[in-house]
Design a protein around this ligand. Structure first.
Ligand SMILES: *[C@@H]1O[C@H](CO)[C@@H](O)[C@H](O)[C@H]1NC(C)=O
Ligand SMILES: *[C@@H]1O[C@H](CO)[C@@H](O)[C@H](O)[C@H]1NC(C)=O
Ligand SMILES: *[C@@H]1O[C@H](CO)[C@@H](O)[C@H](O)[C@H]1NC(C)=O
Ligand SMILES: *[C@@H]1O[C@H](CO)[C@@H](O)[C@H](O)[C@H]1NC(C)=O
Ligand SMILES: *[C@@H]1O[C@H](CO)[C@@H](O)[C@H](O)[C@H]1NC(C)=O
Ligand SMILES: *[C@@H]1O[C@H](CO)[C@@H](O)[C@H](O)[C@H]1NC(C)=O
Ligand SMILES: *[C@@H]1O[C@H](CO)[C@@H](O)[C@H](O)[C@H]1NC(C)=O
Ligand SMILES: *[C@@H]1O[C@H](CO)[C@@H](O)[C@H](O)[C@H]1NC(C)=O
Ligand SMILES: *[C@@H]1O[C@H](CO)[C@@H](O)[C@H](O)[C@H]1NC(C)=O
Ligand SMILES: *[C@@H]1O[C@H](CO)[C@@H](O)[C@H](O)[C@H]1NC(C)=O
Ligand SMILES: *[C@@H]1O[C@H](CO)[C@@H](O)[C@H](O)[C@H]1NC(C)=O
Ligand SMILES: *[C@@H]1O[C@H](CO)[C@@H](O)[C@H](O)[C@H]1NC(C)=O
Length: 550
């Protein structure tokens, strides 16, 4: 035994020496340099596959300097072997040469945000020391190569924003050093492999925007270090494992736009104390909004919209970091037909005035009643406010004039009463205001028409507004659509309407307007739709229409 082992070693040594001699005899220098020569060769092959290099980065990759000094290349000091290849955001285009698999000392491969295309070569499995693989934001296609399973040191894998197809391979669950695994925005199919539950160091798992189906495996509930879990915009079904709500390090949790059916864990905010982003939007989630949300004081974004939730919105007064609150059927309130809707009831949540960081409040198509709280005027950052199709009553609080950041307000189909507050004229960022189908009365405040930023739509139709259409309408030079139909507006149409040169749609019908149609309207060259019917306007209208070419 002893003898044969020695014999074997001798034999192998002989072969090794013979092999090395063969190899070295082929190197141009004749030095003992196989490793770093291979690296140089691999880099040159990598360069050879680059088809577009607008910034001429690869020009520095020439024989006038040592390859360790080439742009983006870092070598180990002792061995002169390439340890890092970092070429992010350099507008490089090309395929990935299989030779990269020969740079066996490579720890970091960063080609982030370029235009690399074609597949990841199987030879990547040769990179046994690889820890960081950044390929995000390229055009890489094909499947995740099976030989990646040999890169057992991998810690960070970022492949977001590519065109990867096929399934998420189960072997990834054996790359036990993984902390980050991101395939955000690719075309992956199949289900999430349960083996990923073995990745006990995993901190980020990003799978949003793929075509994944199946369920969220129970095993993911074991990933106690997970702080980012993004699996939105897939076709995942089933229930959400309760253990997922127990991931106490979660900060970003997004399972929106799937087909998940479950109720929300009552102690949610207690078990996820650090949660900042929580979205279950666009699923089939039923039951109530967990009362514990009251205490989730780190929340920035909360999206419950487009589900089957019912009951009340708990008090949100402690959530002073909240910037987005979505409770509506969908963001724009243009409800999709036949859809399962939230039936969230109650008042606009108590303490809303404390949410001073709120930028987006979507509460459309629920059963919210009661007034819009006066305290809404404290939400200085509020940018979008949608509460269409509810049962809101009372007046529009004049404190709305405090909201200088408001761009879009949608309050159609409610029971709002009283005047439109003139203070709204102070909302000088408004692009869109729609309050149709309410019980608003009184005049149209000229101040409202002074908001010249208004460019998309102003819809005051189907209310009980009285008085004239103020001449101040001339300020709406950027407005595309104006609806004042079905009110009790009277008097002459202001000539200044002709100044609203961006108008594409103008609906004045169903009022008590009288007199002529101002000839100035013929300067509205972009007008596509005009309705002046059911008024007391004088004829001569046909001529006008033909002037406009309608
Ligand atoms: C390879 O490394 C050896 C020493 O480790 C060095 O003398 C030689 O110049 C290197 N060759 C290249 C091409 O970098
Ligand atoms: C080779 O690289 C050096 C610097 O890295 C650069 O100055 C030189 O212009 C390059 N030569 C060619 C022919 O591109
Ligand atoms: C991505 O690369 C482009 C150049 O192609 C650059 O303008 C942009 O800033 C880069 N993005 C990031 C996030 O680095
Ligand atoms: C490097 O990799 C390529 C392709 O994977 C292979 O053909 C070549 O033989 C390898 N070895 C060297 C020394 O370049
Ligand atoms: C990826 O590209 C998108 C869109 O061009 C850009 O917004 C994003 O910042 C990029 N990300 C990285 C990491 O380069
Ligand atoms: C892929 O890995 C297998 C098993 O380790 C190996 O035999 C094969 O050569 C690798 N393929 C490439 C292209 O490196
Ligand atoms: C997804 O990636 C593509 C490029 O592959 C990019 O154009 C698109 O903006 C990305 N979408 C998202 C939502 O990040
Ligand atoms: C990895 O996960 C799979 C499936 O969840 C399991 O069967 C397997 O035993 C796990 N392996 C290790 C090494 O933990
Ligand atoms: C989880 O995170 C903690 C704190 O960062 C760290 O000490 C621990 O090693 C991690 N656990 C694993 C399994 O990586
Ligand atoms: C949640 O974690 C606690 C302790 O960390 C444990 O007692 C409980 O069983 C877990 N619940 C679930 C559903 O995993
Ligand atoms: C919120 O936290 C307080 C203090 O920790 C606790 O007493 C209260 O029960 C919690 N409320 C809810 C609804 O979980
Ligand atoms: C308007 O905003 C100021 C400060 O931003 C605030 O102090 C005031 O209470 C707000 N007024 C109303 C009516 O909400």
């Amino acid at each position: 035994m002893e003898l044969s082992k020695k014999h074997f070693e001798a034999c192998c040594s002989f072969f090794l020496v013979f092999f090395l001699q063969q190899v070295f005899s082929k190197t141009p220098t004749g030095l003992v340099v196989r490793g770093n020569d291979t690296d140089q060769q691999a880099l040159l092959q990598f360069k050879a596959k680059i088809t577009d290099d607008q910034l001429r980065v690869m020009e520095s990759w020439n024989s006038s300097i040592h390859f360790c000094q080439w742009h983006g290349v870092t070598c180990g000091r002792k061995h002169q072997r390439v340890t890092k290849l970092e070429l992010q955001s350099l507008k490089l285009s090309g395929s990935l040469s299989p030779h990269i698999g020969n740079m066996s000392f490579l720890r970091v491969l960063n080609l982030l945000n370029n235009s690399f295309y074609n597949q990841i070569p199987q030879s990547i499995g040769g990179l046994r020391r690889l820890e960081t693989l950044y390929l995000a934001n390229n055009s890489i296609s094909g499947e995740i190569p099976s030989n990646l399973s040999s890169c057992s040191k991998l810690t960070i894998v970022r492949m977001a924003g590519n065109r990867l197809t096929g399934e998420i391979p189960a072997f990834l669950g054996f790359l036990s050093n993984l902390k980050v695994l991101s395939f955000y925005n690719n075309s992956l199919r199949g289900s999430i492999p349960p083996s990923l539950g073995n990745l006990s160091s995993l901190e980020e798992l990003a799978l949003t925007y793929n075509a994944l189906d199946g369920i969220i495996p129970e095993t993911l509930g074991r990933l106690t270090n997970l702080s980012i879990f993004l699996a939105a915009a897939n076709a995942i079904s089933g229930t959400l494992p309760v253990a997922m709500f127990n991931l106490s390090n979660i900060r970003f949790f997004d399972i929106g736009e799937n087909k998940i059916q479950c109720t929300l864990y009552t102690d949610l905010a207690i078990t996820m104390p650090y949660v900042e982003f929580f979205s279950v939007r666009g699923n089939k989630i039923s039951g109530q909004i967990p009362i514990s949300i009251t205490n989730a004081s780190n929340l920035d974004v909360l999206q419950f919209n487009d589900n089957r939730l019912s009951g009340k919105v708990p008090s949100l007064e402690k959530l002073d970091k909240l910037s987005t609150l979505q409770l509506a059927v969908n963001g724009l309130g243009h409800g999709r037909e036949e859809i399962d809707e939230n039936k969230i009831m109650g008042r606009i949540p108590d303490g809303i005035g404390n949410l001073v960081n709120l930028e987006v409040l979507f509460a459309s198509e629920n059963q919210m009643f009661g007034p819009i709280p006066f305290e809404i005027g404290r939400l200085q950052k509020l940018n979008k406010f949608f509460a269409h199709i509810n049962i809101l009553s009372g007046t529009i609080p004049h404190s709305i004039g405090n909201l200088s950041a408001l761009t879009i307000v949608g309050l159609d189909f409610n029971n709002l009463q009283g005047n439109i507050p003139p203070s709204i004229g102070k909302c000088q960022s408004l692009l869109e205001l729609t309050v149709s189908y309410n019980n608003l009365s009184g005049p149209i405040p000229p101040q409202l028409l002074g908001v010249s930023s208004m460019s998309i739509i102003l819809d005051l139709s189907s209310n009980h507004l009285t008085g004239e259409l103020p001449v101040a309408v001339e300020n709406l030079k950027n407005l595309g659509q104006l609806y004042v139909s079905q009110n009790r507006l009277s008097g002459l149409l202001p000539k200044t309407l002709g100044s609203c040169v961006s108008l594409e749609k103008l609906y004045l019908d169903g009022n008590l307007f009288e007199g002529p149609i101002p000839s100035s309207l013929s300067s509205l060259r972009g007008l596509e739709a005009l309705d002046v019917s059911n008024n007391n306007l004088q004829v001569g209208f046909q001529n006008f229409l033909s002037d406009l070419g309608l």
